[in-house]
Design a protein around this ligand. Structure first.
Ligand code: XIL
Length: 370
C-alpha cells in the first residue's frame, strides 16, 4: 500500500476508534442489544449494612438471579422455625433449610436464623405431657410439667444451633414475646409463658449462648418501634440485660404500610441503641393497596425515606432484611409490599433506595440512560 494510503487508512482507523469510544461511553447502558444493567443493592449498601432477603424452598430457586445479584444475607421464611425443623419430637429435618444455607454459602452470603422460640409455628407436642394433655391448659402445672417443657426447649436450641454453628451468624432466639395489650409486658397467650413464666426468655438466651458463644443473639418482634409497645419491650430487655442475660441485638420486623410514622421509628432506634444493643431490621415489607403509578410513587418515596433513616443510623443498624423479593411471592399478597413486582421487575420502590439523595425517577433515568 502506498505511504499516502497507509496514512489515510491510519487516520480513518483512529477516527473510527475515537467515534467508537464516544458512542461506547454514551451508550454504555445498552451496547449491542444487551439489556441495561440495574445496580446491585448489596454493592450500594456495602458501606452501611448487610442487605438481606427472606427466601423459602421455592423462591430460593425461582428468584435465584435477583437473590444472587442484590442480597448479602438470607433468612429462611419458614424452614428454620420449630415446625420446619422438628415437626415430631426428636426427628430433626434439616433438608429444606440446608438448601437455603448451602445456597447462601455458595454465594458468600450470611444467614440469619429465624426463629428458635415462638408461640406460633411450633408443634403441639412441645406442650403436651406424657399422657398427651396440653400442659398450658391445665389448672395446675406441676414442677415435672415445667421441667419437661424446659428440657424440650433447651434440646431444640441445642440441636439446631449446634448443627448450624459457623453457618448461621445471628439468631432470632425469641420471637414476638411482648403483649399487644398494654396491661401486660409479655404476651399472655403464649404456651411458653403460660408454662414457664417470664423465665422462658432467659432460659432460651442462656442456652443459645452456651451452645454457640460466637452467634449474635436477637430478640425479634413486630411494632416494637411503635410507642404503644416500645417502652414495655425496653423494660423487658433492660431487665434481662441487668441480669446478665446474653442478648446482643433487637430485631425490628418492619411489616409496615405507606404512611406509618417514620419519626416514631427513629425514636425507637435511638432508644434501643441506648441499651447498647445492635439493631437488625429483620422482616421489612411496606404495603400499599394502590398500585396506580401515583400509588407506587408514594410507596417509593416512603421506602426512600425509610432507607435514608437506616443509613443515618448505620453505626447501630447492621442488617436490613426484606421479607421476600417480589410481589409474586409474599405473605401479604394484597399489599404489594416488596421492591420487585409480580413480573420480578424493579418497582419505583427499588429505584428509590438505589440513591436516597435523589428521587426514584432520577435514579432510574441515571442507571437506565433514559
Ligand atoms: C410468616 C411467613 O412469611 C408465612 O409464610 C407464614 O405462613 C407465617 O409466617 N413475623 C415473623 C415471621 O416473625 O416468621 C412471619 O413469617 C411474619 C410475621
Amino acid at each position: 500500500m502506498p505511504r499516502k494510503w497507509r496514512k489515510i487508512t491510519g487516520c480513518a482507523a483512529l477516527l473510527l476508534l475515537v467515534l467508537a469510544l464516544i458512542l461506547g461511553v454514551g451508550c454504555s447502558y445498552s451496547t449491542a442489544g444487551e439489556l441495561p444493567e440495574i445496580p446491585s443493592l448489596k454493592e450500594i449498601y456495602s458501606d452501611y449494612f448487610e442487605i438481606g432477603a427472606a427466601v423459602n424452598g421455592t423462591t430460593v430457586t425461582t428468584h435465584k438471579a435477583l437473590i444472587d445479584k442484590h442480597f448479602s444475607s438470607l433468612t429462611a421464611e419458614n424452614e428454620m422455625k420449630p415446625e420446619g425443623l422438628q415437626r415430631q419430637e426428636g426427628r430433626f429435618l434439616f433438608q429444606v433449610a440446608d438448601r437455603i444455607v448451602n445456597h447462601a454459602d455458595s454465594q458468600g452470603m450470611k444467614v440469619r436464623g429465624h426463629t428458635l422460640v415462638w408461640h406460633a409455628q411450633t408443634p403441639d407436642w412441645f406442650f403436651r405431657d406424657k399422657d398427651g394433655k396440653r400442659i398450658d391448659q391445665k389448672a395446675v402445672i406441676t414442677e415435672a410439667d415445667r421441667q419437661l417443657v424446659r428440657e424440650r426447649l433447651e434440646q431444640h436450641i441445642e440441636t439446631v444451633m449446634k448443627y448450624y454453628t459457623g453457618k448461621v451468624y445471628a439468631w432470632d432466639v425469641v420471637n414476638e414475646a411482648i403483649s399487644d395489650d398494654g396491661r401486660y409486658i409479655l404476651r399472655q397467650d403464649s404456651p411458653w409463658f403460660k408454662i414457664l413464666g417470664e423465665e422462658f426468655i432467659e432460659i432460651a438466651f442462656r442456652k443459645a449462648h452456651e451452645v454457640d458463644p460466637d452467634a449474635l443473639l436477637f430478640y425479634n418482634d413486630y411494632n416494637i418501634e411503635r410507642a404503644y409497645k416500645r417502652d414495655r419491650t425496653i423494660e423487658m430487655l433492660k431487665k434481662m440485660l441487668d441480669k446478665g442475660v446474653p442478648i446482643h441485638g433487637v430485631g425490628i420486623q418492619g411489616h409496615w404500610s405507606v404512611g406509618d410514622s417514620i419519626p416514631e421509628v427513629e425514636q425507637a432506634i435511638k432508644k434501643y441503641a441506648e441499651l447498647g444493643l445492635e439493631i437488625h431490621i429483620t422482616e421489612l415489607d411496606i404495603g400499599t393497596r394502590d398500585i396506580s403509578p401515583a400509588g407506587l410513587a408514594r410507596q417509593a418515596e416512603y421506602y426512600r425515606q425509610v432507607f435514608a433513616l437506616f443509613k443515618k443510623y448505620s453505626d447501630v443498624i447492621t442488617s436490613v432484611t426484606l421479607w421476600g423479593i417480589s410481589d409474586r411471592a409474599t405473605w401479604r399478597p394484597n399489599d404489594n409490599p416488596l421492591l420487585f413486582d409480580k413480573q420480578m421487575e424493579p418497582k419505583p420502590a427499588f429505584w428509590a433506595i438505589v440513591n436516597t439523595d435523589k428521587s426514584w425517577e432520577e435514579n432510574r433515568a441515571f442507571y437506565l440512560g433514559e
